[in-house]
Ligand binder design. Structure first.
Ligand code: ZN
Ligand code: ZN
Length: 291
């Protein structure tokens, strides 16, 4: 089974688990090391059994627990060179277990293939990911000011998408705690996606494959789950399950299920005659195994 569990997501910290029977990966480690251990335990995973941690970028809500967790459990860190360089300037200076990838590269960790791609955000070399296993794909798209064409192309065929719904535009504008410069940064093309922008993005890629959309990275002060979910629901995306991730709670495990085709969905019938009877064989070209 290929599954996603969000261990926690919000402006105070982000960490998700992706697992097959063979491979277990974390995406970001933005909770405290102790919280990551506890939440992995709740998900039934021993920290020392992890095969790697993929890091999207160096902001603290994505790496807060990385150093302590990795030094304790010696888990490889996968990062692009600029992100790794900025992390090494801190407490990971002497850490030896790095795996570097160039943004845009495709590589595999056991039975999971990883595609990284650039997203516009105010970090040294921010990246997003699509992870693919036998059953299908899971996309991670958080911390971006807008979605460039390439990012949309990369996530177009995922089965499960984690997407940032950072803020409600009105709540952000009316927020009295944040100075105008910070608001501008959040709303800029290198900031964060609003509920509205994320909903439009999901609508633009919704098709045959997308089954689950997990809303994440909500601002504590400038958003609420019902607003993020409500904005998505307004677009009437039928056939897609929506779930809003929580800063403090582990999500259910969302599984990518290999589709089972019914007769009505079979395509490209190639008919061949045997003796007097017609027998039909079917070929499938849906981008996944029909079994
Ligand atoms: Zn973030
Ligand atoms: Zn960030």
């Amino acid at each position: 089974m290929f599954s996603l569990t969000v261990l926690g997501s919000g402006s105070r910290g982000n960490c998700s688990l992706v697992a097959t029977a063979e491979c277990r990966l974390l995406l970001d480690a933005g909770l405290s090391a102790r919280q990551i251990v506890q939440r992995l335990e709740a998900a039934g995973v021993r920290p020392e059994s992890l095969d790697g941690i993929l890091v999207t970028h160096e902001h603290s809500d994505h790496i807060a627990g990385l150093s302590i967790f990795c030094r304790r459990f010696n888990v490889p860190i996968y990062a692009n060179p600029l992100t790794a360089e900025s992390l090494r300037r801190g407490s990971l200076e002497s850490y030896a277990h790095w795996k570097l990838f160039g943004t845009g590269a495709v590589y595999s960790i056991k039975d999971i293939e990883i595609q990284s791609f650039y997203v516009p955000h105010d970090a040294v070399d921010p990246t997003a990911f699509v992870l693919t296993a036998n059953e299908g794909s899971i996309g991670f798209l958080t911390d971006l000011g807008y979605a460039p064409k390439l990012a949309l192309e990369r996530i177009r065929n995922v089965d499960i998408l984690v997407v940032e719904t950072n803020h409600d535009e009105r709540m952000l504008q009316e927020d009295s705690k944040r100075p105008w410069s910070v608001k501008q940064r959040i709303m800029s093309r290198h900031g964060h996606l609003s509920n509205e922008a994320a909903a439009k993005l999901v609508a633009s890629i919704a098709g045959q494959r997308l089954r689950h959309v997990v809303l994440g990275h909500l601002s504590r002060d400038c958003n609420r789950p019902e607003l993020a979910l409500g904005t998505m629901e307004k677009l009437g995306l039928s056939g897609i399950d929506l779930f809003c991730a929580d800063q403090h709670k582990v999500s259910p495990a969302f599984a990518v299920l290999r589709p089972t085709l019914t007769v009505g969905e079979q395509i490209n019938p190639i008919c061949s005659q045997t003796n007097q009877n017609q027998h039909c064989q079917y070929t499938f070209d849906l981008g996944w195994d029909a079994g």
